[in-house]
Design a protein around this ligand. Sequence first.
Ligand SMILES: *Cc1c(COP(=O)(O)O)cnc(C)c1O
Length: 378
Amino acid sequence: MNSQDILPFTRPDIDEDTIAGVAEVLRSGWITTGPWCAKFEQALSEYFGGRRVLAYSSGTVTMEVALKLLGIGPGDEVITTPLSWVATSNVILTVGATPVFVDIDPVTRNIDAGRIEAAITPRTRAILPVHLAGLPADLDAIHALAARHRLRVIEDAAQAIGSLWQGRLIGSFGDFASFSFHPNKNITSIEGGCLVLPEGADVDLARRLRLQGVQRSGLDGMDVDVVGGKSNLTDVAARVGWGQLQRVDEFNARRRVLAQAYFTAFDAIGLVARGVQLPPRDFIQSNWHMFQIVPPPQVQRAALMQALKDRGIITGVHYPPIHLFSLYRQRGLKPGDFPHAETVGASILTLPLFPSMRDSDVTRVAAALDAVLRQFGL
Ligand SMILES: *Cc1c(COP(=O)(O)O)cnc(C)c1O
């Protein structure tokens, strides 16, 4: 099979204007954090309805910064989902706090908001929901619980740029929201992320935490009052991110069209009747960061992935349940703790979905799935 025949599960779409823009930045004499980072932050702020936005080097560090701004650390608990990229809960450990998992709703695959209250203790400080695959978690329920129990909310919106909740853009309202611009996300800055800060947040501290805690004054003054780390975004990355942000609506519109085409094709081959769970049919709120299916348990996922790969179709696994990783088992978590996350995590499969994918690729994936599932007796 020649390499044009390989269909990846995602691929960034970087236009020529962005490539030329990057070359200009490289020739400009200033390639790390500078005017393009400021311009990218300004554009992000406008995108999120005028909220305060700071850019960082990843969507992991943005969540760390949010936790630090809230003073969350040893002795504190943060409630989150076990079905996410491990960064979501690793950041809680990084600041010395304890992640408290709440099982998912197997249909939405997001944290089951109805189970959160039972996990709240006097040590709980925040809820960290994830909008998995771009489908928003139940923010009404989460904000109501947070208000009732005086908790803060940090949305892990790494996958949710352009997603809506009740008609409002994720990140344009609420408390903290963290976005990632990793190449697999709906827009990329190669690596990078941004943090949307609520009114009253210590923006100055959020900036100092980005670069060694340094605060400058006048022409020659400098002080350091906090361990700041190093997580600034380069201007080269910011130029890529800015170019991508101009196209976020176009990208997401194309993703929604492709997702709809998947449903049409999958309905035609009766996937649901054959025991395959499809994602919720949400063509308004989700940005369709991923299209994930959950085949029935008798289908061995690795064998399914191999059979699709043999047909040139690359799939992904997002994600194994976090609480079953060694780091978390060492903390006392074990199989059986979060049954829905475990069942979904054991079978979930990410199909190809990215804006430059062709309509015919959708047909090709459906035909391949049809044939392969037949081989598996479905
Ligand atoms: C990508 C991702 C992150 C981390 O973002 P990075 O930019 O890779 O650090 C965190 N949470 C979720 C749900 C993600 O998908």
